[in-house]
Design a protein around this ligand. Structure first.
Ligand code: ATP
Length: 585
């Protein structure tokens, strides 16, 4: 069983030419070595039989072959480097495009740390496979036959013996390789486990320190590191045994060849030049196998990594798609209509049950309910982060499945609970939404988001650096930049998913004032735990256990004296205790 991995081969599209070229150059080096050995053995043999050899010709051939070896070796280094660089670019491009296709709703199927490990360390591990192992394998399959062909005239018996041993040696190593392969798989799992835990600890360092869990974490990290080290040591021990076994076979075979050649020479069956040529090229049968063995153990890491990568590539990112057929709403409704929508996460059934919601264009619709009632899931479905398992959604009369997610997001946009800010300037972060936005447009959006005065008061204004992932911004400033970004996009429908839950009171007041102003210009879907802020919404949906329990205006819902009334009273008690402040849409 040679290490020909289908997934890795499939992934090599785009740089296969480099792999073939490396193999070709390796064969050219071998031809140079054979030429050199032939001229040197001929030269030395000629010393005892002066008339039989043209010495000047031998020296010239030796020189030419040395030049060939030198040039092909230099070229091998260069092409190997190019192959590594190209495969890195091609594979990273592919994995990042796939990750982008996975979209928000699918990212959990893979896990962020797995994506990082696959895209960085996984691809590093695969380099050896492409730049060393595969060319080595092609070379190994051809070189023993080439050497046999070169030596058959000199000593047929020795050449045949060396060919047979070299052909047996490669499969014999499979025993070791299959064990190493198993170890490598568990090595990779252990590696991902360690990297994932390390990254998670790094991201959550503040929380870990706050709760005094640093020693406990350090202990677990040490255990995981120990496990990883044991896996590496296991592989190294087995590698050592494999090399010991192969070297024993190789050097025994070379020794037997020496005996065979010496016997033939003493019997006068072959000339001194033939004996020397056989001895000089004999080791060449195994040199290639040794190199291959060396890279095959490293290539196994690439195989293990590629399995992880192929799991990511295999995630189905297809979305239901329908031809675009405009359908008139019979009752003249214009907006987004969810009808009998059902949704379950991969490992959680019945998160949304038979949910029907109307989001009327130009109006403000609020979604409220206890934590875990399904509000964010509804917003994810509205953004087409994921599609419902059953039910219908229509956007202004057209089935949602007629729109590509990207197309839909130009019409419907969201301000999430935690806005992502990227390192760079305030301007860079705004241009994410509209790369060709003018300064005036940016200022207008910032003004609506109640951030213009602060930005223009800064010495660098829009060019102010926000730090790594927005580290130099307050929670309120982050959310306001997120809102300004959304406003630049001109989407008619805006979803605010708990957009003020992580900001200070003053920012919250300003953001709600902004939302109030926006409700006169755009269609809003507001998800908020703060019921006092959504009182003036045109329609409020109360979700409970993944179902729409109540719907109507604030006044109508209060009259019903149901879940909504209870939620309002509970909150009034909290607000009276000063837990929440009072703000309004
Ligand atoms: N990715 C996920 N995988 C599995 N279950 C999930 C996932 N996301 C949410 N859930 C579950 O789905 C249910 C609804 O979650 P959702 O986030 O929609 O509620 P919510 O009303 O927005 O809650 P909150 O107000 O606390 O944000 C919860 O029981 C939650 O545990």
């Amino acid at each position: 069983m040679l290490l020909i991995n289908k997934t890795l081969l499939k992934m090599s599209k785009g740089f296969r030419g480099y792999i073939a070229l490396i193999a070709l150059l390796k064969l050219l080096t071998l031809a140079g070595i054979a030429m050199f050995a032939q001229s040197i053995s001929g030269f030395l043999g000629g010393l005892f039989d002066p008339g039989s050899v043209d010495f000047r010709e031998s020296v010239r051939t030796a020189f030419v072959s040395a030049v060939i070896i030198l040039i092909s070796e230099v070229l091998i280094g260069d092409v190997e480097y190019r192959c590594t660089a190209k495969s890195r670019i091609v594979l990273r491009e592919r994995i990042f495009s796939k990750i982008l296709l996975l979209d928000v709703g699918n990212i959990e199927k893979m896990g962020t740390t797995h994506a990082v490990a696959a895209a960085v360390d996984g691809i590093e591990a695969m380099q050896i496979y492409y730049s060393k192992y595969l060319p080595g394998l092609i070379y190994c399959a051809i070189s023993p036959f080439y050497l046999f062909w070169k030596l058959k005239e000199a000593s047929f018996t020795a050449a045949l013996f060396l060919l047979i041993v070299s052909l047996i040696l490669l499969p014999a190593n499979n025993f070791f390789r299959s064990v190493v392969r198993k170890l490598k798989d568990s090595y990779w799992v252990s590696f991902l486990n360690l990297t994932g835990y390390y990254l998670e600890s790094l991201y959550g360092l503040t929380t870990i320190m706050l709760f005094g869990r640093d020693r406990e974490r350090a202990g677990i990290l040490e255990t995981k590191t120990g496990d990883f080290c044991r896996k590496i040591m296991g592989i190294m021990r087995l590698n050592f045994k494999a090399f010991l076994f192969s070297d024993l076979v190789i050097y025994s075979s070379v020794f037997i060849t020496v005996l065979m050649v010496t016997a033939q020479l003493s019997k006068g069956e072959i000339s001194l030049a033939s004996a020397l040529l056989t001895l000089m090229l004999g080791y060449g049968f195994f040199g290639s196998i040794r190199i291959l063995m060396h890279s095959s153990h490293q290539a196994l890491a690439g195989v293990a990594a590629s399995q992880n990568l192929s799991r990511i590539f295999d995630i189905d990112t297809g979305r239901p798609s329908k031809p675009f057929v405009q359908k008139e709403e019979s009752d003249g409704f214009v907006g987004i209509r969810l009808e009998n929508v059902e949704y379950s996460y991969e490992d959680r059934d019945g998160v949304l049950n038979n949910v029907s919601i109307d989001i009327e264009r130009g109006k403000t619709t609020a979604l409220v309910g206890q934590s875990g009632s399904g509000k964010t899931t509804v917003s994810g479905i509205l953004m087409r982060f994921f599609d419902p398992q059953s039910g219908e959604i229509r956007f202004e009369g057209t089935d949602y499945a007629c729109y590509e997610p990207g197309e839909l997001r130009k019409k419907i946009i969201m301000v999430p609970q935690f806005v992502s800010i990227f390192s760079g300037t305030i301007e860079d972060n705004l241009l994410v939404a509209k790369p060709d936005a003018t300064i005036e447009e940016m200022h207008k959006a910032l003004e609506l988001a109640r951030l213009k005065d602060w930005v223009t008061g800064l010495p660098d204004g829009l060019k102010t650096d926000v730090g790594d992932a927005g580290a130099k911004l307050s929670g309120g400033q982050r959310q306001k930049i997120g809102i300004a970004r959304v406003l630049l996009g001109n989407a008619q429908y805006i979803i605010f998913d708990e957009a003020t839950s992580s900001v200070d009171f003053e920012s919250e007041r300003e953001i709600w004032a902004c939302i109030g102003e926006l409700s006169r210009m755009r269609t809003l879907v507001v998800i908020s735990h703060r019921l006092s802020t959504i009182r003036r919404a045109d329609r409020i949906y109360v979700l409970s256990g993944g179902k729409v329990a109540e719907r109507g205006s604030h006044e109508k819902l209060m009259e019903q004296n149901g879940i909504y009334t209870n939620l309002v009273s509970e909150q009034a008690v909290l607000e009276a205790r000063g837990v929440n402040g009072e703000v309004a849409v």
